[in-house]
Ligand binder design. Structure first.
Ligand code: UDP
Length: 387
C-alpha cells in the first residue's frame, strides 16, 4: 500500500525546505507494508502576483531592508490583523491550492510554513477533503509568529518547550500538540567519522582551529562584514565560509580571500553541512533555527552575529538561556567573543555539553513516524500530549 504526504513550504530562507526534506528522508527509512510517497510543494509557485514572488521578495527584504521586514513581521503578528491579511490574500492562492490537493490526493497535508496553515485549511475545505488531516511542523523557536499557531490544525509539532507554551497560550489544545524537536535531517546523526577524517575529505587543514561561517540558505545579511572582521583580526585559525545561494557574495569573497591575512575556504550552497559542522571547532552564524539545532547535534558551539528581525529574535534567547553559544551582534563584538572563546577549551566543552543536553536527536524520525501513523489511520493518534 502507498500513502501520500504533501509538504507545503515556501522558499523564504532555507529552513522550511530543509525541515520538509528532513522529515521526508525519515519517511523513506520507515520499513513495513506501507510505502510513503512524498512531495514538497513551494506554494508560491502556484500563486498569482505578488505572492508568486514571495521567495525572491523575502531574500531582497533581508538583503537590502531588514528593518522593513521586521516592521512587517510585527505588524502582521496579531490574531485579528493576521486574519485580515489571510482574507485579503486568499483569492491569490485559493483555487490553485485546491487543485494541488485534488490532483495529488494526499493522505496527510503537512504545513512547514507560518503563512500556509490557514491556506491549507481553506483549500482542504474547498477540495471537499476534510477527512485528510493537516499537520503543522513549526520550524521557529521562541515567540513564534501568529500564523504558525492554528487551533484548528489536526496536529501541531513544536520544536521547543518555549513554543509549546506559546501554542497553549494561543489556544492550541494540548491533545493536538506534540513536542518532538526541530526537524533536522537524519544525516546529522548518521555522520560517524572523526573530525580529522572529515577535514581530510573536505580538503581542510587537519591541525588548524576551524571557524565555520554561515548565514542560512540565502547567505546574505552581515556575512560579508563578519567574515572580513574575523579575517583581519589576526587570530590563528582557518575560516570556512558558506555563502549559500548568494553567488555574488561567493565571487566577492573569492576575489578578496588571497589578500586577507587569515586563510579561508569559500564555499557556495552545500549539501554536506553535517560534515562541515563536524569538521569545525566553532560556528559563527546568523540565528537560523535550523542551523542552531543542527549545530547542537553536531556539538559545535555557536557565535550568533545576526538575526532576521522579528522572526529570529527568540532564537537569540534560546542560544543564551541554553548556554550553547554567545550572541554578538556587531562585528567588533564577534571578534572579541571569538577571540575569548576560540582557544578556551573549557568554555567550548561546557557549551558542547549543553548542546548534547538539548540536541533534537531523532526529531525527524519521530515526526515521520507520527505522520506515517496519521497517513495510515487517517487520524491523529490518541497518545497523551508531550510537554
Ligand atoms: N543550508 C544548506 N546548505 C548551505 C546553507 C544552508 O543545506 O549551503 C541549510 C542549513 O543546514 C539549514 C538551512 O539551510 O538546514 C537553513 O535554515 P535556517 O533555519 O538556519 O535559516 P534560513 O535559511 O531559513 O533563514
Amino acid at each position: 500500500m502507498t500513502k501520500r504526504v504533501l509538504f507545503l513550504i515556501s522558499d523564504t530562507g532555507g529552513g522550511h525546505r530543509a525541515g520538509a526534506q528532513a522529515v521526508g528522508a525519515a519517511l523513506d527509512e520507515i520499513d513495513g507494508a506501507t510505502r510513503f510517497e512524498w512531495r514538497i510543494d513551494d506554494i508560491a509557485t502556484h500563486c498569482t502576483f505578488p505572492l508568486s514572488k514571495l521567495g525572491p521578495a523575502y531574500s531582497a527584504a533581508l538583503r537590502y531592508a531588514p528593518p522593513i521586514y521586521g516592521a512587517l513581521y510585527y505588524a502582521t503578528n496579531g490574531r485579528r490583523r493576521y486574519k485580515t491579511i489571510v482574507r485579503f490574500c486568499e483569492p491569490l492562492y485559493r483555487e490553485r491550492l485546491r487543485d494541488v490537493f485534488t490532483q495529488y490526493q494526499p493522505d496527510v497535508i503537512v504545513s512547514v510554513h507560518p503563512l500556509l496553515n490557514h491556506a491549507a485549511l481553506r483549500a482542504r475545505a474547498d477540495a471537499g477533503m476534510q477527512h485528510v488531516p493537516i499537520v503543522t511542523v513549526i520550524t521557529d523557536l521562541g515567540r513564534v509568529h501568529e500564523g504558525w499557531l492554528l487551533p484548528e490544525a489536526d496536529l501541531t509539532v513544536v520544536p521547543a518547550r518555549e513554543v509549546y507554551q506559546r501554542a497553549i497560550e494561543r489556544g492550541v489544545p494540548p491533545e493536538r500538540l506534540r513536542l518532538l524537536g526541530h526537524p533536522i535531517h537524519p544525516r546529522f546523526e548518521d555522520v560517524s567519522g572523526s573530525k580529522a577524517e572529515y577535514r581530510k575529505k573536505l580538503g581542510l587543514p587537519e591541525k588548524a582551529t576551524i571557524a565555520l561561517l554561515m548565514a542560512g540558505g540565502e547567505g546574505g545579511g552581515k556575512l560579508l562584514p563578519t567574515t572580513l572582521g574575523l579575517a583581519k583580526a589576526g587570530l590563528d585559525f582557518h575560516l570556512v565560509v558558506v555563502t549559500g545561494r548568494n553567488a555574488a557574495l561567493k565571487a566577492k569573497l573569492e576575489e578578496l580571500a588571497p589578500s586577507l591575512p587569515t586563510p579561508m575556504t569559500v564555499l557556495g550552497f552545500r549539501h554536506d553541512v553535517p560534515e562541515l559542522m563536524r569538521a569545525a571547532d566553532l560556528l559563527v552564524t546568523k540565528a537560523g533555527p535550523g542551523t542552531i539545532a543542527e549545530a547542537s547535534v553536531a556539538e559545535v558551539p555557536v557565535v550568533v552575529y545576526d538575526y532576521v528581525p522579528g522572526q529570529e529574535r527568540g532564537n537569540l534567547d534560546y542560544v543564551r538561556t541554553n548556554g550553547i553559544g554567545v550572541v554578538a551582534l556587531s562585528t567588533a563584538e564577534v571578534v572579541s567573543s571569538v577571540r575569548r572563546i576560540v582557544h578556551n577549551q573549557e568554555r567550548l566543552a561546557t557549551m558542547r555539553s549543553q548542546q548534547t543536553a538539548i540536541a533534537p536527536r531523532g526529531s525527524s524520525r519521530r515526526i515521520a513516524e507520527l505522520i506515517a501513523e496519521i497517513a495510515k489511520t487517517g487520524r491523529r493518534p490518541t497518545i497523551p500530549a508531550a510537554g
